[in-house]
Design a protein around this ligand. Structure first.
Ligand code: TRP
Length: 341
């Protein structure tokens, strides 16, 4: 598909850090990716370079997670015809540009990234890698290298996008107009899915599994997790995130999965008890997750074709990235490689 001048460019990435994405990943990110591919020129990649920053998984595990992640994007509706889907490690420009941007980033500036601060506080300064420290700068390179206009991400990524914008502006004013300054595209609050056991925290793979709905979980496990979700000592089904975070989270999940407003699902359950709410949520989530899991397995059944899809995606991404790297290298003053013969 030929890129058209009018279509805005969208880029996003997601790390392949587990065997299955969870419902929060789907409702908070992947669903937006799918929606954006109709009207925009989109680049979506698996951030396998970033997946080495927090831990260095067993190599076979990383390989498997990357293919499974790609299969899940496709099963979620990211269409390889309309979207370039690729692996970050297949496009060398990301790390090339990252180096230049690292040299424009203050040490203190990088140290102020809250995600780094949180993770290093948990792990201790000697246990976290330099890669975790420079993570946001690689992310900036991921975005700027495609001259992306919009970056759909969760609210937790706002600071990284802000850094990206600052680096783009800094480069542009130092070396002349080069980068598009991108905007974050952050979905509405209603899409924020919380942990089932601790509905004050975002659903996250770093919390215990009982609170996380993995998309590839067995349906019986999913139903059980939802039935054990924390509610409150009242009995009324009411959307009130402040006083009733557990019940409100279940209503938000039901609304999101069934594509209705929270008010509509709330009205539909009025007068009923928490048991009925949980049955409705479990049924709706399973009705979504079951066919999703089947599609993932179909894609994974043909790994050669999956690898070709990723290779074609990288073929679309690489020339765009290469062009930016060449421009940037020339602007900073690297001697251009002469043609030989
Ligand atoms: N840091 C992002 C996250 O954890 C993943 C990511 C890496 C990303 N590179 C990106 C997102 C570029 C958007 C654009 O969600």
């Amino acid at each position: 598909m030929a890129p058209t001048a009018q279509r805005q460019r969208v880029l996003s990435g997601i790390q392949p850090t587990s065997a299955s994405y969870h419902l929060g990943n789907y409702l908070g990110a992947l669903r937006q990716w799918v929606a954006l591919q109709d009207e925009h020129e989109v680049f979506y990649f698996l951030a396998d370079l970033h997946a080495l920053t927090a831990e260095t998984p067993d190599p076979a595990v990383l390989t498997d997670r990357s293919r499974r992640a790609a299969a899940q994007l496709i099963a979620a509706g990211v269409d390889p015809e309309r979207s370039a889907i690729f692996l970050q490690s297949h496009v060398p420009g990301h790390t090339q540009l990252s180096w230049i941007l690292e040299c424009l980033t203050g040490f203190g500036e990088a140290g102020r990234m809250t995600q780094f601060k949180d993770k290093s506080a948990r792990g201790g300064a000697d246990r976290v890698s330099v890669g975790l420290f420079t993570y946001p700068i690689l992310q900036a390179a991921d975005i700027l290298i495609y001259q992306a206009n919009y970056v759909p991400v969760g609210a937790d990524q706002r600071q990284h996008i802000e850094l990206t914008r600052n680096l783009a502006q800094r480069f542009n004013s130092r070396y002349g107009d080069t980068f598009v300054v991108p905007d974050a595209f952050i979905p509405k609050e209603s899409a924020k899915i919380l942990d089932l056991q601790d509905p004050t925290s975002k659903m996250s793979k770093s919390l215990p599994p009982a609170g996380t709905i993995d998309l590839l979980d067995d349906p019986a496990v999913t139903a059980k997790k939802i039935k054990r979700a924390v509610t409150d000592t009242e009995t009324e089904i009411r959307y009130d995130p402040e006083h009733k975070p557990g019940v409100s989270n279940l209503l938000a999940i039901l609304a999101a999965v069934t594509d209705q407003s929270v008010a509509a699902v709330e009205a539909g359950l009025s007068g009923q008890g928490y048991g009925a709410l949980k049955v409705a949520v479990a049924d709706a989530v399973v009705a979504f997750a079951e066919p999703f899991g089947k599609r993932v397995n179909e894609v994974l059944d043909d790994p050669a074709e999956l690898d070709r899809v990723l290779a074609r995606g990288a073929e679309r991404a690489r020339p765009v990235a290469q062009q930016t790297v060449e421009t940037v290298f020339a602007k900073v003053g690297f001697v251009p490689p002469a043609a030989t013969a």
